[in-house]
Design a protein around this ligand. Structure first.
Ligand code: SF4
Length: 500
């Protein structure tokens, strides 16, 4: 997964004025929290030749203030170190304090690294959502998978979605003052009572008030609705779409994704997955509302995720429908984009380049399998040398109602592919793996799968060009591993000792 730095980093005169308001607020900041947080602003490294290094800032010192402003977390750090002239206050391990002057380019990073990326503990969620996927995980998985984060700072910095239920007024004001935007919000419904019920939090309705406040302050919001049959769809969804459209342009995009229901729902709210007919009804409703928005507001604004189209057995809309593909992270337009990229890649590839293709297989979830078969057929049509077979994998690990590729486990791959004709390599979507690792969700490794199936396994990113290359054997030796999975990696950093 790509992680974007979303902090705006632009501080005009207005923002600077608002910064003064923020300073007043900081002076009334909860002291106990500040002391706790401060321990996480201990400097762990100073980048060589950085402004901090030139100023003689040392590892082990604690950053307490910049230009007189208390530094509580990464947002403070980024905001207050933007200026070219800084007075940095440091607390030494022996309890003495000192101040150093730093001169640097405006916006240049000071060059400090801290105990945790957030410079604070990650905040877990205060909810008990009826649809929570974490509650539906089987027991005995890695501890990190059970961590429920709902931290506004991770929303700004990494694009995580938040519910706003654990946000204090002070923090709402800070979003406005610092102009951090966009904020990614899990809305689910704008009916305050229903939201409280769905999120299992009596004050969840206040989140809608916060959204209205953010909209007035012109903070951009991308929203997500997890749609649960008979709960927040139908009339409730209509109301939600109307309310959110009224907040446009602050509300910039909204995705509607179907609830995931695993076989581990014992003792939880009785939710059922969407049927084909129900999925089609949601699509009709959202597309009709989207057409109105396009006409009145210039943007479709509301998009159902690909999974809804797959569930309803409908073709994906064309590329233009998705506008800027703002909701790709929520699986909106992902398959259409893959298809378009694949076609373009195919046009650019000479038939001779495909002559050396050896037989291969692709494993994916049930829902995307027909889609991938279509791509293999397209490649085969261009060159008969392309011989690939797609295997839809039934999800026995989480339950057969889970059909997305990203939740297919190594154990299911081995059990369902052993003894099958797989060709000379097996391609899998890279998102089956824990990001940055060669490990599936069930802790089975790629090495295990390769050993059991007797062929190399090639993870392929969600990219049509890369998929075609992998089919024809280009760059097959370079699996799509990027850097570490930041959220998980961050989790380990906030929770030292958990790994293992
Ligand atoms: S906000 Fe809801 S869905 Fe998300 S982790 Fe918390 S309980 Fe689960």
């Amino acid at each position: 997964m790509e992680h974007k730095i979303r902090f705006s980093g632009k501080y005009g005169p207005l923002e600077k004025k608002l910064g003064l308001v923020y300073n007043i607020m900081l002076n009334t900041y909860d002291f106990r929290k500040a002391v706790t947080s401060m321990s996480l602003t201990v400097i762990r490294s100073v980048a060589p030749r950085s402004p901090a290094h030139r100023a003689g800032i040392r590892v082990g010192e604690t950053l307490t203030h910049v230009n007189g402003k208390q530094i509580v977390d990464v947002l403070d750090y980024k905001f207050y170190t933007y200026e070219p002239r800084l007075e940095v206050t440091l607390l030494a391990p022996d309890g003495t304090t000192r101040s150093v002057k730093v001169r640097k380019m405006e916006g240049e990073d000071l060059g400090l690294d801290f105990e945790t990326y957030l410079m604070d503990r990650a905040r877990s969620c205060a909810n008990n959502c009826i649809f929570c996927f974490v509650d539906q995980l089987p027991p005995g998985m890695r501890k990190t998978l059970y961590f429920k984060d709902d931290d506004a700072r991770l929303s700004f910095l990494m694009g995580n979605y938040i519910t706003l239920t654990n946000l204090s007024d002070r923090e709402v004001q800070r979003i406005i003052d610092l102009r951090v935007s966009p904020v990614n919000i899990s809305v689910h419904t704008t009916d305050r009572d229903l939201r409280a019920q769905m999120l299992g939090h009596k004050n969840a309705g206040r989140g809608i008030d916060i959204m209205e406040r953010l909209a007035q302050a012109r903070i951009t919001m991308n929203c997500q609705i997890v749609s649960c049959p008979g709960v927040n769809d139908g009339a409730a969804l209509e109301k939600t779409m109307k309310d959110l459209a009224a907040m446009h342009p602050a509300v910039n995009s909204v995705s509607i994704v179907p609830v995931g229901v695993t076989k581990f729902r014992e003792g939880l709210y009785p939710l059922q997955p969407y049927t084909r007919e129900q999925a089609a009804a949601v699509l009709d409703q959202v597309e009709a509302f989207g057409r109105e928005c396009k006409e009145k507001l210039g943007s479709t604004l509301f998009w159902c995720s690909d999974e809804f189209y797959l569930l309803a057995g409908r073709p994906m809309p064309e590329e233009e429908y998705f506008e800027e593909f703002t909701q790709l992270d929520n699986g909106v337009g992902m398959l259409r984009l893959l298809n378009s990229e694949f076609k373009r890649a195919l046009e650019l590839m000479e038939p001779e380049e495909m002559e050396g293709t050896v037989p291969f297989s692709i494993a994916t979830g049930l829902s995307a399998a027909p889609f991938l078969e279509e791509l293999v057929a397209m490649a085969h049509e261009k060159s008969a040398h392309v011989q690939g077979k797609v295997y839809p994998i039934v999800n026995h690990f989480f339950g057969e109602t889970i059909t997305v590729a990203g939740l297919v486990t190594g154990g299911d791959l081995i059990a369902q592919l052993k003894g099958k004709v797989l060709g000379e390599r097996l391609l899998i979507p890279a998102n089956m793996l824990r990001s940055g690792e060669r490990v599936f969700l069930d802790d089975v490794t790629m090495d295990d799968v390769e050993r059991e199936l007797g062929i190399p396994v090639i993870p392929v990113a969600q990219d049509g060009y890369e998929l075609l290359d992998a089919m024809v054997g280009i760059h097959c030796g370079a699996p799509a591993f990027g850097g570490p999975n930041l959220p998980e990696d961050e989790y380990y950093r906030y929770n030292p000792g958990v790994r293992g």
